[in-house]
Design a protein around this ligand. Sequence first.
Ligand code: DAH
Length: 357
Amino acid sequence: MSSGSDLSRLEEILLNEVAEAADLSALEAVRVSALGKKGRVSELMTTLGKLPPEERKGFGATVNTLKSKISDALDARRTTLEAAALSARLANEREDVTLPVRMGPELQGRIHPVSQVLDECIEIFADLGFEVAEGPDIETDELNFTKLNIPAEHPARQEHDTFYFHPKPDGSRLLLRTHTSPVQIRAMQSRKPPIRIIAPGRVYRCDSDQTHTPMFHQIEGLVIDEATHMGHLKWVLEEFAKAFFEVDNVTMRFRASHFPFTEPSMEVDIDASAIGKPGQWLEILGCGMVHPNVLANCGLDPEKYQGFAFGMGLDRITMLKYGLPDLRAFFSADLRWLRHYGFSLLDQPTLGGGLST
Ligand code: DAH
């Protein structure tokens, strides 16, 4: 049974513990050991029932007073400790709000220059009314060569250093497409004229040096209608070159050439003053009027329909526009190269907002 002096002794001890609690968790420990279910003050209450009835009231009131004293002391100490903890945080946690915002992942990522140039080309040709068409990287001999007027034993087959798959039992062979031109065939077989498509994609040739890699990118163009002529071809290519190199004028040179799928065929050079290198001609693409045999191979009447096609090296025009010297670096997956030459994800090329700015 606790006497009055025991109680005041306990009060002194508890108040002292409260005063000495150095932080909030120490204070919580004191609270539990005093006022918790099995705390020293709470346990006093359990002794109440053993007292003679006349003492119960007085004892209960005294314990309650003790309880509220301790509880008040705990609250006061908590307020002090919380204020001290806050001051310590304020003193330690300093932010320099003048520092630039740290780059999040969306700003650290970079668009590969070829992807950027592809988006630029799509934007330009879409504005000229072209649709994007696609074909598979693994093609048949038929679509990559035969239908394009390159029959078996034609020397052009040797010019394309083709990656072939093993022949099938029927003798036919699949291959990695050597150019995007088979998409012309797919387009002519699957839609009715007027046809106006571009077909960007990967192409493969067994070739490797500073300007050749076994995989590279082309963009094919095809326009088929009843009265399409070479003037249209020239105009489209000039509009493209001006928009792409972001200049008011581009001088182009059309050189007679030969491709089995066009007649006549031309290679096109641009005067490199457009990219700040006057006095040089740079080849950018091959083109021509679609060969009547190719139209016929796709079920189109060459007496009724005609059109033009072109094929451009995407990696090549990327190197020209952005001054990148070594094609192999494009595909070496070197993050430092990509961080240096890559484009921001948030900079979508648009004709209205600027292609490359
Ligand atoms: N397919 C040709 C190549 O890879 C490029 C080409 C030339 C495509 C003339 C065409 C074209 O559509 O008309 O070398």
